[in-house]
Design a binder for this molecule. Structure first.
Ligand code: 9PG
Length: 520
């Protein structure tokens, strides 16, 4: 254990190897920078009071680091920072995986779950020290050759799982000469989560779909979630021994989605590894070379592995295998991914939760305190707090919206999202030409073809060419409720944990998106 006094760190930078490390601050800091575990987990400057535990709890494995979610102290994965009374910032960040930072009173501490790692400690101006930190991360984790990010049309935020061959063909046709580099097929093509073959909605098969995309002169993109499975999948039935269990022998929960509980692959099982390699080769053989691999946190959950190794180290090894199997020429986007372990191994990373056609909603924000659930405000907040990763890889803020036919965002809210995409230099949308007015299509085209100069002028403010952009409206977090509200919230989140309720919700959503598809 090593303890450092603030005076040793003031206005300088150090790198120290330790398993446990403590920094004594001169006084209580003003703010704490929380850095959530995976793409969708909250990253934000907050005050020091405990954040309410986000709900529903059944989503914890898929939205946060379930190992730390109940800790009332300000804490975060791999790094943490404090803002002091004079506005200066002290950053403590691990340069290795399987490590965590928290604040107790005046003591900032770093802790490793496995072997000792190097810790980066710096005090000074926020943007300067984060830049130094990310440089040190790049040295240790590697840095991809970052070209211009492809401009992506993605099927998710228009159709959700309600895609089929006919509707995608129609859409590819309608996209005409809009300057997209990739047409990416999202969730909805597969037999089941775990069974990565075309379902009955894609009778011509996946190779034919990729060929169709490539015939428009673009790269073919595909979504998969290879490190998790639903219990209904053939994969889980045929190979229950490939899935992660806890010390009591029970399957580790990877959360709940698609109306079902999820299980996580033990990526250290040699047969599971071989299956993953074959899957990547299959997808490439179909003709897809832009791969959005999602729900990747499944490879880093706590559990008893075939090979006894720390969970994030196991995940990083798995990513290396996936990367090798898909080939260096594929564009690899990670999503739902623990952040640090994926650095250097992917081209792009989703750095916030999903956007949605609404800013936020009362139930999710105020009653569930859930900043990881899909919603545009949530997406902007966390993405903005992860922009410091940009020197190492493409940071994906998720899609921007232009259409207003199926969207309740105001013009200003849509604009914030578009501006964020310009700052990230990663541009994608799911909007359908069929839904857009002439004006909206022109806006989309201008967005795709422009590259405004971005300059950060404050924590939440930027200059884009000559225009000031202020993301402050997306930064606030709801306050904890008391009295009747707290009771209502408790009751609703209990309901929100019921499988039946989640299934009914899904049926209602599916109905809505099916109607959208039929309206085309
Ligand atoms: C496909 C989608 C899209 C999307 C991904 C991911 O917290 N949640 O319940 C939650 C559900 C889905 C989700 C993210 C969070 O979306 O980010 O772009 O590919 O999967 O199912």
């Amino acid at each position: 254990m090593t303890t450092h006094q603030f005076s040793e760190i003031q206005n300088n930078t150090q790198i120290v190897k330790a398993k446990d490390l403590y920094i004594e601050l001169p006084s209580q800091p003003v703010k704490y920078y929380r850095h959530g575990w995976q793409s969708w987990s909250l990253a934000a400057w907050t005050d020091l009071s405990p954040l309410p535990v986000q709900k529903p709890a059944i989503f914890h494995p898929l939205q946060v680091d379930a190992e730390h979610v109940l800790d009332p102290k300000p804490n975060g994965s791999w790094l943490g920072a404090v803002e002091l009374a004079d506005g200066s910032v002290l950053l403590l960040g691990a340069l290795g995986v399987d490590s965590h930072v928290s604040l107790k009173g005046n003591q900032l501490s770093g802790r490793c779950d496995a072997e000792a790692v190097e810790w980066f400690i710096a005090h000074g101006q926020e943007q300067v020290i984060f830049r130094e930190y990310v440089r040190e991360l790049g040295v240790r984790f590697g840095q991809i050759q970052k070209g211009v990010a492809p401009r992506v049309w993605c099927s998710w935020y228009s159709f959700y799982t309600m895609i089929d061959e006919a509707v995608l063909h129609k859409t590819f046709e309608a996209l005409g000469d809009l300057p997209f580099d990739v047409l990416q097929v999202d969730d909805g093509w597969q037999m089941d989560i775990g069974d990565w073959e075309a379902n009955a909605k894609f009778p011509s098969g996946m190779k034919s779909l990729a060929d169709r995309i490539k015939s428009t002169g673009r790269r073919a993109g595909l979504w998969l979630a290879p490190l998790i499975a639903t219990k209904s999948s053939k994969l889980f039935h045929e190979h229950p021994d490939w899935f992660l269990r806890d010390d009591t022998g029970k399957f580790v929960s990877a959360g709940f989605n698609w109306g079902q509980p999820l299980v996580a692959l033990d990526t250290t099982h040699p047969d599971a590894t071989r299956w993953l390699v074959a899957l990547m080769e299959q997808v490439r053989a179909w003709g897809f070379d832009y791969l959005k691999l999602d729900f990747l946190y499944g490879g880093a959950l706590k559990g008893r592995r075939f090979k006894d190794m720390p969970r994030e180290a196991a995940y990083r090894e798995c990513l290396r295998t996936l990367r090798e199997a898909m080939g260096a020429d594929a564009f690899f986007l990670t999503c739902g991914t623990p952040i640090l372990p994926a650095l250097g191994l992917c081209d792009a990373m989703r750095v916030g939760p999903d956007v949605a056609d609404e800013w936020d909603n009362y139930r999710n924000a105020e009653l569930f305190y859930n900043p990881s659930i899909p919603g545009t405000k949530n997406a902007i907040r966390t993405t903005l707090h992860r922009l410091w990763l940009k020197p190492l890889l493409h940071v994906d803020p998720d899609v921007a919206y232009f259409e207003s036919a199926h969207n309740s965002l105001t013009k200003e809210q849509k604009r914030l999202l578009q501006d964020l995409a310009q700052i990230c230099e990663f541009k994608a949308t799911s909007d359908l030409p069929q839904w857009m007015t002439k004006n909206e299509t022109d806006e989309l085209r201008a967005f795709l073809t422009s590259a405004p100069k971005a300059e950060q002028t404050g924590r939440y403010t930027f200059r884009l060419d000559d225009r000031e952009v202020d993301f402050t409206p997306a930064m606030s977090l709801p306050k904890q409720k008391t009295g009747t509200f707290a009771l209502l919230a408790g009751f609703l989140s209990w309901i929100g944990d019921r499988h039946l309720v989640l299934r009914i919700n899904k049926m209602l959503d599916d109905g809505k998106f099916r109607k959208r598809r039929e309206g085309l």
